[in-house]
Design a protein around this ligand. Structure first.
Ligand SMILES: Cc1ncc(COP(=O)(O)O)c(C=O)c1O
Length: 406
């Protein structure tokens, strides 16, 4: 993009143009896929300088690839970061950040309600390396503050938490992190741009599962961490390249670049469909409770309104059915409901064009201990819904026919 200054451009323009480079060989508009594992040098001296990062360039695709660089620049631009590192999965990004910044003897304060895989890293994997984790309710700053110890190095939470949709005040958490010198890492997978900008609200590092809204087509597994150049150098060189070995495949980087061009439109439509579906679910006589940050009944609705842009509140909803519908437990009624849906697919993951529905207690959070599930409020009757891009009347009609079949 020569001659156009992206600095003052809107998000939709940035989603399309940021990071884009004119292909010097053929002028291709779409970013070429550099499907190569290695790169050639004219001389030994050039090779050595590239490997030692004394001159720019690529030497091996585990540590960097031109297609990935375009994606990373695009994401850094829309997140307001100095740099970004793309990884093979969202969990890969989280793992690389842990490896980059934590050492034996450190302590982490982590949100109690987080994705099941993250809960596993925090509760099991970090312990293997002698790193302690305290899980707290990050909607209560006093609980976070009280959990900080002299050896605490990191504060970690999700903006809108998986699966209960609790909203954490990012700016309030940032004050605590600054006061105690903690690295604040925020998983904003449920609230991608243009909904929420975690770095602007005070996070040091934002992570996303690119698998979800960033790619948005259900055909890629990927992740990203974004933040300062110094922090991202540690994530790329110290963790991803030399320890975890988890780069994003260039073909997947290409797919996410392509998908980001429609990200603004897609995310807004997911949110609009979710808002209407949440209102419908809340009015249903079968439903005990709907968890959606856009509803005035959500306990952190006012915070969500302040912290999220354009009245966009994510495309994710959770709900619980009433106990005793036709003599069924909430769990049995939930299973019957899911089995009766025809448009919505029973599947984990989220942010796809297709509406997806799942049962956290037996799927995404199956490996979280019963005790931790209870503490986090994840009941056996909880259902999680990723509202897709279909006509919203069809999504609602699907639920109506499934409720009627209960
Ligand atoms: C909030 C959140 N963070 C991270 C992940 C992990 O991402 P991935 O599946 O791409 O490894 C998930 C996956 O569902 C998630 O929901």
């Amino acid at each position: 993009m020569e001659g156009f200054d992206l600095a003052g451009a809107g998000f939709d323009t940035a989603f399309i143009h940021a990071g884009q480079r004119r292909d010097s060989d053929w002028g291709a508009l779409a970013t070429p896929i550099y499907q190569t594992s290695t790169f050639c040098y004219d001389t030994v001296e050039e090779g050595q300088k590239k490997i030692m990062r004394e001159i720019p360039g690529c030497y091996y695709s585990r540590s960097g690839n031109p297609t990935n660089f375009v994606l990373e620049e695009k994401i850094a631009a829309v997140e307001g970061a100095e740099a970004a590192v793309s990884t093979a999965s969202g969990l890969g990004a989280i793992g690389c950040v842990m490896v980059a910044f934590l050492r034996t003897g450190d302590h982490v304060v982590c949100g109690r309600c987080v994705y099941g895989g993250t809960n596993h890293i925090m509760g099991t994997n970090l312990a293997q390396f002698g790193i302690d984790v305290t899980f707290v309710d990050t909607t209560k700053p006093e609980e976070v503050e009280a959990a900080v110890r002299p050896n605490t190095r990191m504060l970690y939470f999700e903006t809108v938490a998986n699966p209960l949709m609790t909203v954490t005040d990012v700016a309030a958490m940032s004050k605590i992190a600054r006061a105690h010198g903690l690295k604040m890492v925020v998983d904003s997978t449920f609230t991608p741009p243009p909904i929420l900008f975690a770095l602007e609200l005070g996070a040091d590092i934002v992570v996303h599962s690119l698998t979800k809204y960033y790619n948005g087509h259900g055909d890629v597994i990927g992740g990203v961490a974004a933040g300062s150049k110094a922090d991202m150098d540690k994530v790329r060189n110290g963790a991803m390249t030399r320890f975890c070995g988890t780069p994003l495949a260039p073909f997947n980087a290409y797919l996410v670049i392509r998908s980001m061009k429609t990200m603004g439109m897609r995310v807004r439509r997911h949110c609009a469909n979710a808002m209407e579906t949440a209102r419908y679910l809340e009015s249903s006589p079968y439903i005990a409770r709907v968890y959606y940050a856009g509803l005035p009944s959500h306990p952190q609705h006012e915070l969500a309104k302040r912290q999220m842009r354009e009245e966009l509140y994510t495309g994710m909803i959770a709900f619980e059915l009433k106990e005793g519908i036709h003599g069924r437990s909430a769990y049995d009624a939930g299973a019957a409901l899911l089995n009766s849906l025809r448009l919505a697919q029973i599947a984990v993951s989220l942010g796809d064009p297709d509406t997806l529905v799942e049962h956290p207690a037996s799927m995404t959070h199956a490996r979280v201990s019963r005790e931790d599930k209870e503490k986090a409020g994840i009941s056996d009757g909880l259902i999680r819904l990723s509202v897709g891009l279909e006509d919203v009347k069809d999504i609602i009609q699907d639920f109506e026919q499934a409720f009627a079949a209960l």
